[in-house]
Write a protein that binds this ligand. Structure first.
Ligand code: HEM
Length: 752
């Protein structure tokens, strides 16, 4: 699309003004020019290409720190000089003591404010302090404790979903993608009271997809981070957006704008629904995911009762949705990936951690049916804690940050620096406008603080006395002498959330699976948030590890007796000959239940009788049933052909009776055997006759779409002879599925 000429004028003027404004840098000598530092990589771009390339940035910045020490200069674009720093006193000044003089940006708008709105990452001064005050209380320790059962529940779903991929032997899984799904679901529930359904096959939520791809796309158009603040000096935000839309810059820029638009639209919808629920009262909230205990509901409640001075605007509330989801997603999921990666490298440490976790597990507590560890114990487990701290010390997901000096300011130093002119500098004069880059990773790895083994991954250091040099340096990080979560008034608000989530997920995964390296190399890329790729040439964030199950659910004596003898014409049970082949490996065992239990689906009936009964009920609902095992059915309720608005729960009389049209004969050796869902008495080898019409709810309740779900009988580990009928959505609208679940629950009536 060609650009209208009237839009071209301001664009040309702004680019020209930008160039003229920046050009004098080449000629003005900055006071930081006397600091040691590398030669410029290029006249125009300085060292920017080396610092911005995720592949080279990690090694390059580490070598700068090693060569030039805790405070040095780097060449920026167009003659700019950047201050690269990991000296503890200087960090304290930038992040704590003189924080107000070191905002994120001096321009009216920074890139994150432009893309996400006026949330925590994009606001400054009073506006930021007001937001932080409100959010601080919502992130309190008490509220976090309330979120623990929900985090366990998502962890259980992760374990269940992973177990389906890893049944008997080691499989290569993209652990990074699994951790992203887990963190998205945990954040969705805990922060928004919203379910992203990450473990449901084919589930694609536009907000979830936008959040997951944001940083990857942003990283491809990092020029935006430079252009937006510069342009915002002379152009309003709306015009910058319009310019970006009409300029044929790049497809990625347009994609980034689309992502930003989607996030704003979905965030607005979510906040509106929450506000409406809050206005209707607690009953309505209790019915929703998160039951009103989610951080966003708490924030909205606090904002309603806050004084006029403390209140934040609707725009600010909406902006927090994308801001906090982004701040908490890749950071925590990539930290989890990194921990699993180092444990795959060091299998002795993995075994030690597993032993500690298994020993701490309680069979059941606080309504949980699966084994898990209560909050206080989990947070105090010494080796888990040491592994968490040590991995986040050596591999902080956010390696560096940026600030701008708002005034000329003197930076105190812990260690004096020898200037290029040979003078010893005990402090550094930082001119207004200087871009300051605190390097968090370099501080965490500083041998002067951590000792000669600072570059080694050694969790035991946390169980010993830490070096006295570390204590004496007063590193300003909020967590454990580390800079990983930054320090001061803009430090990470989600530090405890991240710790709790990471420890819960590790406690679930390491007690169920073993993680090993594959023979493919893994590369960690240094970016806004560090991420793994498989090999040097791939750009896809990915971490392949070999995952194998630790415990196969043992078959009980009772289990091995089922199913009872059945004739081949009885389609309600799988013929014995089929089972005896052992296809799928789990035909004759009942798996142990994971996750929360729906009490109405618990039964002490004989498993084979229960399964026959359940199948008959499903047939009565016109559902297609595939027998996947003695205790597992895969079900499909077909799409409605005509929309009806009459009473719920009745077969759709206006549509033709549902025909089992996709019947296929079971192949010898196939894992699943399809049966005629609606017709008792049909045999596997016969084409089923026309069956019962499928069931649909009223349109408001049930969209009439195709719904696929799995029904499985599992046994409760701690209660002999007690089973749970687990139903899991695989595909289809949540409301339609809920209608089917409720109908099935009523009709099977397992409590009778
Ligand atoms: C291992 C996980 C995490 C790490 C390493 C981490 C690290 C950081 C760092 C270094 C900052 C400072 C950034 C800067 O000033 O430029 C920060 C800020 C922030 N983090 Fe985290 N974070 C993590 C998890 C989370 C989680 C789970 C949440 C929320 C659920 C969260 C929410 C935030 C917010 C809102 C800010 C901005 C605070 C402000 O500007 O006042 N983070 N985080």
């Amino acid at each position: 699309m060609s650009m209208p000429f009237y839009l071209g004028i301001p664009a040309l003027v702004s680019v020209g003004a930008l160039a003229l404004g920046l050009f004098p840098r080449f000629f003005n000598k900055s006071p930081i020019a006397n600091l040691p530092g590398p030669p410029a990589g290029s006249v125009l771009l300085g060292n920017v290409p080396q610092v911005m390339d995720p592949r080279t940035a990690g090694k390059f910045t580490a070598s700068l720190c090693e060569t030039y020490g805790p405070v040095h200069q780097i060449h920026g674009a167009l003659g700019e000089r950047l201050l690269h720093v990991f000296d503890p006193r200087a960090l304290h000044s930038i992040l704590v003591a003189d924080m107000e003089h070191f905002p994120k940006e001096l321009a009216p708008i920074n890139a994150l404010r432009f893309l996400l709105g006026p949330g925590m990452l994009g606001s400054e001064g009073l506006q930021h302090r007001r937001q932080r005050k409100l959010l601080n209380s919502a992130f309190s320790q008490t509220h976090l404790r309330n979120m623990m059962p929900m985090m366990f529940e998502v962890g259980d779903k992760l374990r269940g979903a992973m177990a389906e991929h890893v049944t008997t032997k080691a499989e290569e899984l993209d652990v990074n993608a699994w951790m992203a799904k887990t963190s998205l679901d945990i954040l969705g529930h805990a922060f928004l009271g919203y379910s992203f359904d990450s473990f449901v096959e084919d589930s694609r939520d536009s907000l979830g997809e936008s959040i997951k791809s944001f940083f990857a796309v942003f990283g491809k158009v990092s020029l935006v981070a430079f252009l937006v603040p510069s342009l915002s000096h002379f152009l309003p935000e709306s015009l910058i957006r319009m310019l970006f839309r009409v300029f044929p810059f790049s497809a990625n820029l347009h994609r980034l704008l689309d992502i930003s638009d989607t996030m704003r639209r979905r965030a607005t919808e979510i906040v509106q629904v929450k506000k409406a629920a809050l206005n209707k009262g607690d009953e309505e909230l209790l019915r929703r995911v998160g039951e009103g205990k989610d951080i966003m509901s708490l924030l909205l409640k606090s904002n309603m009762i806050a004084s006029e001075d403390d209140k934040i605007s609707d725009d600010e509330v909406i902006a927090q949705v994308s801001t906090i989801m982004l701040a908490g997603l890749d950071t925590t999921s990539n930290a989890l990936s990194h921990i699993l990666y180092v444990l795959a490298q060091d299998t002795t440490a993995q075994e030690q951690l597993r032993a500690e976790l298994l020993a701490a597990q309680r069979p059941s507590f606080a309504g949980r049916s699966t084994s898990s560890i209560p909050h206080d114990e989990l947070m105090r487990l010494p080796y888990l804690d040491a592994v968490f701290r040590e991995t986040l010390r050596l591999y902080p997901p956010v390696g560096f940050m940026s600030r701008r000096a708002a005034t000329d300011i003197v930076l105190p130093l812990t260690w004096p620096v020898c200037g290029k002119d040979g003078s010893m500098m005990h402090e550094v004069v930082v001119p207004k406008g200087t871009l300051v880059v605190p390097n968090l990773q370099a501080c965490n790895r500083n041998k002067a603080l951590w000792g000669d083994d600072a570059l080694e991954w050694r969790p035991e250091r946390w169980m010993e006395e830490l070096p006295k040099e570390l204590y004496e340096a007063h590193v300003p990080g909020i967590y454990s002498n580390l800079m990983t979560f930054s320090g001061g008034g803009r430090s990470c608000i989600g530090v405890k959330f991240a710790e709790l989530e990471t420890k819960i997920v590790l406690s679930i995964l390491l007690t169920a699976f073993k993680f090993e390296l594959t023979d493919k190399p893994v590369v960690w890329n240094f970016s806004v948030v560090d991420y793994p790729t498989m090999g040097e040439s791939s750009t896809k964030p990915e971490l392949l590890l070999k995952v194998s199950p630790l415990l196969a659910a043992p078959a009980t004596e009772k289990d091995s007796l089922v199913p009872p003898s059945a004739s081949c014409s009885d389609t309600s049970v799988t013929p014995h000959s089929f089972i005896d082949k052992g296809i799928g490996g789990s035909k004759t065992t009942i798996r142990v239940h994971h996750g929360a239990v729906d009490q109405t689906m618990v039964t002490t009936g004989s498993p084979s009788t229960v399964m026959r009964h359940v199948k008959a009920v499903l047939e009565g609902m016109g559902v297609d049933v595939i027998i996947e095992g003695d205790y597992k059915y895969r079900c499909t309720r077909p799409k409605r052909t005509h929309v009806r608005l009459d009473d719920p729960g009745t077969p759709d009389a206006s549509s033709p009776p549902h025909q089992v049209s996709s019947y296929t004969e079971p192949e010898a050796g196939s894992d699943a055997m399809r049966v005629a869902a609606a017709v008792p008495g049909s045999t596997p080898g016969s084409v089923p006759p026309i069956g019962v019409a499928a069931i649909y709810g009223v349109a408001q309740q049930d969209g009439g779409d195709e719904v696929r779900f799995a029904v499985e009988l599992t046994r409760l580990a701690q209660l002999d002879g007690t089973y749970s009928l687990d139903v899991r959505r695989l595909k289809g609208n949540l409301r339609s599925y809920t209608f089917l679940y409720d109908t099935l629950r009523q009709r099977v009536d397992l409590q009778r």
